[in-house]
Design a protein around this ligand. Structure first.
Ligand code: UTP
Length: 288
């Protein structure tokens, strides 16, 4: 089945990154000159997605504005003959069809995903977390998951290997390895204590899910941290239906906290053709 819809939850409060996120959504914090969420939308579009639902909340208006047409700015750029900048701007709003819905209370990722039920129209959909960027020179991570879904006909969780001291920050999978980069998922544990994780494979912000998840989410009670956890619903899904985990190629950055955000900033700068040489020279000359 063709997968043409994606959901990006971007309604979270971003408490790990205060005060930056007090009035600016973390999804709008830029990595170089592009807001985080634009990288994510581009990944979805490059993966073949045509319709994107962004789950927003109060204080998140700037996300909608960013993907809207900007008449004043476009007219100004046109008048000044800045054709290249104009094209960049126009591409943002024409990349795909955008839809928005507001999560009323920030009750967790599982609760946010529930809002996509009507949008999904009972089709499988890609889910991309609004604060995780994946750098990739080959196939985008979401495309890799879509292809796995199509080949194995089961929901797919994007995973990566994390160090044993970091397992308590992620949802960790338990399952049987059925290929070089593929697992059949039996169970999941949200943020296990260090030393108690079944594997070191963590879910890293990308999924392709069967619409069966919605019914399960309706019945999912608040779990870890008092929030409705997507992981709890995925555990049930793995019992009722086929769920795979795919070790995708690409480097993931969690920009929802200081360290991940800074790492993304530095590494993207070191890859940027315009500034990488000057930035390297600057880093080498630093005496901090
Ligand atoms: P996080 O787990 O990072 O939670 O969300 P958060 O609330 O945004 O941030 P902290 O932990 O307080 O710093 C992962 C993704 O899910 C979205 C977030 O916007 C982010 O893109 N999310 C989270 C929602 O849409 N709604 C929620 O209720 C929680």
């Amino acid at each position: 089945m063709r997968i043409r819809k994606a959901v990006i939850p971007a309604a979270g409060l971003g408490t790990r990154f205060l005060p930056a996120t007090k009035s600016v959504p973390k999804e709008m914090l830029p990595i170089l000159d592009k807001p985080t969420i634009q990288y994510i939308v581009e990944e979805a579009v490059e993966s073949g997605i045509e319709e994107i639902l962004i789950i927003t909340g109060r204080n998140k208006r700037s996300i909608e504005d960013h993907f809207d047409k900007s008449y004043e700015l476009e007219t100004e750029l046109d008048k000044k003959g800045k054709a290249h900048d104009l094209e960049i701007l126009q591409n943002i709003s024409s990349m795909c069809n955008f839809y928005y819905i507001r999560q009323k209370e920030q009750r967790g990722l599982g609760d946010a995903v529930r809002y996509a039920r009507v949008f999904s129209e009972n089709e499988p959909f890609a889910l991309l977390l609004g604060d995780n960027i994946i750098y990739n020179q080959g196939l985008p991570a979401t495309r890799q998951l879509i292809e796995t879904y199509q080949e194995y006909n089961g929901s797919v969780l994007g995973i990566g290997e994390v160090s044993p001291e970091m397992v308590n920050r992620y949802g960790i999978i338990k399952g049987e390895k059925i290929g070089d980069t593929l697992f059949e998922v039996e169970d999941l544990v949200e943020k296990p204590d260090i030393g108690k994780a079944p594997t070191n494979y963590a879910m890293l912000g990308r999924y392709v899910l069967s619409p069966k998840i919605f019914k399960i989410l309706e019945e999912t009670k608040p779990g870890y941290g008092g929030e409705i956890q997507l992981t709890d619903a995925l555990k049930v899904l793995a019992k009722e239906d086929r769920v795979l985990a795919k070790l995708y190629e690409g480097k993931t950055y969690d920009i929802g906290e200081k360290l991940g955000f800074t790492m993304a900033q530095v590494e993207f700068a070191l890859r940027d053709p315009q500034i990488k040489d000057a930035f390297k020279t600057y880093l080498k000359g630093m005496d901090i």
